[in-house]
Ligand binder design. Structure first.
Ligand SMILES: [Zn+2]
Length: 321
């Protein structure tokens, strides 16, 4: 059973303008209905909500760094996209089974000040908290928060603008390799923006209930197994969500675009280690294939659910919603 809630979907939400704050203020005003999208499905005993926190626009030259511009443009046409406009949602997943309420990633959050990123200025206003309220989910009842890696679009919603944790009763999970990387000199050359988000949203977490996941594969909750998939970041995790006969593979940013599935040699500027990223991608594709799993991808067209179909020498992405 699938339900899709649309509240005035509008392509204007794409953040194609360098200064987006005005646009987002207008969208959030009382004169227009709030815009958001929630996709609901069931995974065994768990009701699953996939929440669109925000839309963003990426560029082909960052997403695909080694193929030619012409090749990228041609392939993107199959997805009705162009190299200068690759729309991407930031999503959050909520799994609910009685008092067990598991949030996977937290969206971009709110930034008080405009933020400079890759030459553009952004004033991020993620919708997660508003959406939870509208969906009648009290953030204080969230029992677990799993952070797949420590990039801004995944951790921005951990704390609010006043510096208070948004999910005060949750146990937080992230992989120890991710923590060790960002809190060591190995991440010294990373964007100051990334550091800023970690300082605001992760550093204070050491005072909260934080569990560092260890090893290649670890069952962290009855229905959730973390699978370490390094490459995008050193300690990124994917998640196998399984309950009764249902399952889903949450791949986070192991693949940023379906074309990374279909062209395993295409590299992205957003990965810290291309060789590791490729090995992690192969591992996830084989796993999804062996266990016949649907895939949920954070940056694919909302809600990002589909399957990777194997042919002789390649893989093809098929959206299933
Ligand atoms: Zn991301």
């Amino acid at each position: 059973m699938h339900r899709r809630s649309f509240i005035q979907l509008n392509a204007g939400l794409l953040l194609s303008s360098p200064l987006v704050s005005d646009m987002l203020e207008t969208i959030g005003s009382r004169s227009k209905p709030m815009e958001y999208e929630v996709y609901t499905c069931q995974i065994g005993k768990y009701s699953c909500k996939i929440i669109r926190d925000l839309m963003f626009t990426y560029l082909g030259k960052d997403y695909f760094i080694n193929p030619s511009t012409e090749q990228v443009a041609q392939e993107l046409m199959r997805y009705q996209q162009t190299p200068d406009n690759i729309p991407s949602p930031f999503i959050v997943m909520l799994l609910e089974n009685g008092s067990e309420k598991i949030l996977i990633d937290t969206g971009i959050g709110h930034s008080k000040e405009p933020i400079l990123f890759r030459g553009n200025t952004y004033h991020f206003k993620g919708k997660l908290m508003e959406i939870l309220t509208n969906e009648k989910v009290d953030p204080a009842t969230i029992s677990h928060v799993i952070l797949t890696h420590l990039h801004p679009d995944h951790i921005g919603g951990v704390f609010n603008e006043a510096g208070k944790v948004n999910f005060p009763n949750a146990q937080f999970f992230l992989h120890e390799d991710e923590w060790n990387y960002w809190f060591s000199s190995r991440s010294a050359n990373q964007s100051p923006l990334f550091k800023l988000f970690i300082e605001k949203n992760i550093s204070p977490l050491s005072k909260q209930h934080l569990t560092l996941i260890k090893g290649k594969e670890a069952q962290i909750l009855p229905a959730v197994t973390a699978i370490e998939t390094p490459g995008h970041t050193p300690g990124q995790i994917a998640l196998r969500i399984a309950s009764e006969k249902d399952n889903m593979l949450y791949i986070s940013d192991a693949f940023l675009h379906p074309l990374h599935i279909e062209h395993l040699d295409w590299q992205t500027n957003y990965d810290v280690d291309h060789e590791l990223a490729r090995a992690s991608r192969m591992h996830l594709l084989q796993l999804a294939n062996q266990e016949n799993m649907q895939i949920n991808a954070f940056h694919f067209k909302f809600p990002g659910i589909g399957r990777a179909e194997k042919s002789t020498n390649s893989w093809k992405w098929v959206y299933t919603t």
